[in-house]
Design a protein around this ligand. Structure first.
Ligand code: 13P
Length: 336
């Protein structure tokens, strides 16, 4: 696979006014989301829910790619059309979550390391055949007392870089995600410092493993105060802090940065992205790769009537895609 092809895919993922919908919840994570709204977690409901999302009319106007879970990339609509075909028809690039989740980091109580490198080359070859053109790996960094440790940051950066190199070897654009969690009572300055040190470590590891940044997408957390912090931050403070952090640690050659929503409200996730783009021009396109902030309204509606509310739920998916697409251009207006 040439770097030109990887770069082309990466650029298409962050095309102007478009972003990614993350629907790659593992079976256990989706079980939690379903349980919160009273939906039984079985394969048919998971399939039907993903069909609802992926067949949202005109989704491709604002969505360039969708991240799928292993089960999802093999599934089809009720009428038997493979999801990857549905996506190709709407111009949406299939992506795939390839990590195998977080596990306790031995020797560092409370810290996590993401696993999934064993056998990854073979899995990537299969995913490519199934149609995937990018792949996500999520590392989780927790802020707390004496956390994160340098060892945790280093172990996760190393794994991200090894996975990214394997992706490029097999024709997939790596979407590297070092998620610094919002959990905790830390202030925004602490979030800034941790995000900066994590990003510096990640880009050093990517360089050491020979990863070509022209064919890589960063999925970043925004710099926000902890969810249990007494302080709140204005939209502009989040936007300026996040931008400063990224500019100090992320090489300009990267084709794009997309954000996770991480537990922010729908409106906050959109307003923050919009504010960052209004502060541009920036070194990279800044867009979204939201899971919850794209889906939560739709999931709630669908849970109230699994057959009758499909169109209504799809309208909210389209509306969220449109709002975030406008925010990716710095053209979102509150309530508009
Ligand atoms: P959230 O936007 O819900 O944080 O999910 C994005 C994601 O893919 C996390 O890995």
């Amino acid at each position: 696979m040439s770097i030109e092809q990887l770069a082309e895919t990466a650029q298409a993922m962050v095309a102007p006014g478009k972003g990614i919908i993350a629907i790659d919840e593992s079976t256990s994570t989706l079980a939690k989301r379903f349980a919160a709204v009273g939906i039984p977690n079985n394969e048919e409901n998971r399939r039907a829910y993903r069909e609802l999302l992926l067949t949202t009319p005109k989704l491709g106007e604002y969505i360039s790619g969708a991240i799928l879970f292993d089960e999802t990339i093999r599934q089809s609509t009720k009428a038997g059309v493979p999801f990857t075909r549905v996506m190709a028809d709407s111009g949406i690039i299939p992506g795939i979550k390839v990590d195998r989740g977080t596990h306790a980091l031995a020797g560092f109580p409370g810290e996590l390391v993401t696993e999934g490198l064993d056998g990854l080359r073979e899995r990537l070859k299969e995913y490519y055949k199934l149609g995937a053109r990018f792949a996500k790996w999520r590392a989780v960094i927790t802020i707390g007392e004496d956390m994160p440790s340098g060892s945790c940051i280093e172990a996760n950066s190393h794994a991200l870089a090894r996975y990214a190199a394997l992706c490029q070897e097999n024709g997939l654009v790596p979407m590297v995600e070092p998620e610094v969690l919002m959990d905790g009572d830390h202030d925004i300055e602490t979030a800034y410092e941790v995000n900066e040190v994590v990003l510096r470590s990640l880009f050093e590891a990517l360089y050491n493993q020979g990863v070509m940044l022209e064919g890589t997408i960063l999925k970043a957390a925004m710099v926000v105060p902890g969810a249990d912090s007494d302080e709140s931050a204005e939209v502009d403070e989040v936007a300026t802090s996040t931008l400063m952090c990224l500019k100090s640690a992320v090489p300009a050659i990267l084709p794009g940065i997309v954000f996770l929503s991480g537990g922010q409200s729908d409106e906050a996730a959109t307003a923050h992205l919009d504010a960052m783009n209004r502060l541009g021009p920036n070194p990279w396109p800044l867009s979204f790769s939201y899971g919850r902030a794209m889906q939560q309204a739709a999931l709630k509606l669908w849970s109230q009537d699994l057959t009758g509310n499909i169109a209504k739920a799809q309208q909210t998916v389209y509306a969220r895609a449109r709002e975030n697409g406008l925010a990716a251009l710095g053209q979102w207006t509150h309530g508009g």
